[in-house]
Write a protein that binds this ligand. Structure first.
Ligand code: 5GP
Length: 196
C-alpha cells in the first residue's frame, strides 16, 4: 500500500534554543547519528572565530550588507545579539523544506519567536539546564570564556528562560543522549502527522 498521500511530504523546520553552555551541540551530535537533519546556515555580522569557514559556519557579512538585505526581505527573521546581527536567509530554509529535508535552526529566542510567527508549522524546542549552578559549572568547565563573559552569559540565560512560554516543547537537559532521544521522538511524531 502506498500511504504517502496521507502525509505532508515536506521537511520539518525545527528550532533548538537554550542558553549558552546548556549542551545543544552535544545533543545535536547524538541526534544526527540517528535522525536526518540539515543545519541551516545563517548570516552574521560578527567576525569569524578561528576555524570558522564562510558559508559553512555562517554567511559572514558586513553590517551594511546585512542592513541592505533586511530591506530586500532576505531574512525570515533577524535579531541583534551581543552587538551583532544574526539572521536566517529565507532561501536557505525554503530550499530544504521544499526538497522534503528537515531544517534545523540553532537560533536565539527572539529569532525563534519570529520564525514561528511567519512559519507556524515550525517546531520550537527549548533546552533548559537543571539549575543555574549547573550552567555556571558547565561554562566554567569549558575554560574558553573570561569571567566577564561567563557573567554576561549567565545574565543572558535568565532572559532566555523567560521566553520558554513561547516554545512548543521544554526539555531539561540532564543527559545529552537521553535528550537527543526525546527530541527524536518529538520529530518522529511530527513526520507522522496526517495532512488533513
Ligand atoms: P555565536 O556568535 O555564539 O555563534 O551565536 C550567538 C547566538 O546567535 C547563538 O545563540 C546562536 O544560536 C544565535 N544565532 C545564530 N544564527 C542566528 C540567526 O540566524 N538568527 C538568530 N535569531 N539567532 C542566531
Amino acid at each position: 500500500m502506498d500511504y504517502s498521500k496521507y502525509y505532508k511530504n515536506k521537511g520539518i523546520c525545527f528550532v533548538l534554543s537554550g542558553p549558552s553552555g546548556v549542551g545543544k551541540d552535544t545533543v545535536l551530535e547524538y541526534l544526527k547519528s540517528s535522525f536526518s537533519l540539515n543545519k541551516v546556515v545563517t548570516a552574521t555580522t560578527r567576525p569569524p572565530r578561528e576555524g570558522e569557514i564562510d558559508g559553512v559556519a555562517y554567511d559572514f557579512m558586513t553590517k551594511e550588507d546585512f542592513q541592505q538585505r533586511i530591506k530586500e526581505d532576505y531574512f525570515v527573521e533577524y535579531a541583534s545579539y551581543a552587538d551583532n546581527f544574526y539572521g536566517t536567509p529565507r532561501k536557505n530554509v525554503e530550499k530544504l523544506i521544499n526538497e522534503g529535508k528537515n531544517a534545523l535552526l540553532k537560533i536565539e529566542v527572539q529569532g525563534a519567536v519570529n520564525v514561528k510567527k511567519i512559519m507556524p508549522e515550525t517546531v520550537l524546542i527549548f533546552l533548559a539546564p537543571p539549575s543555574m549552578e549547573f550552567l555556571e559549572e558547565r561554562l566554567r568547565g569549558r575554560g574558553t570564556d573570561s569571567e566577564e563573559d561567563i557573567e554576561k552569559r549567565l545574565k543572558t540565560a535568565k532572559t532566555e528562560l523567560e521566553h520558554i512560554k513561547y516554545y512548543d516543547y521544554l526539555i531539561v537537559n540532564e543527559e545529552s543522549e537521553k535528550t537527543a532521544e526525546i527530541v527524536k521522538g518529538i520529530l518522529t511524531a511530527k513526520t507522522l502527522e496526517i495532512n488533513n
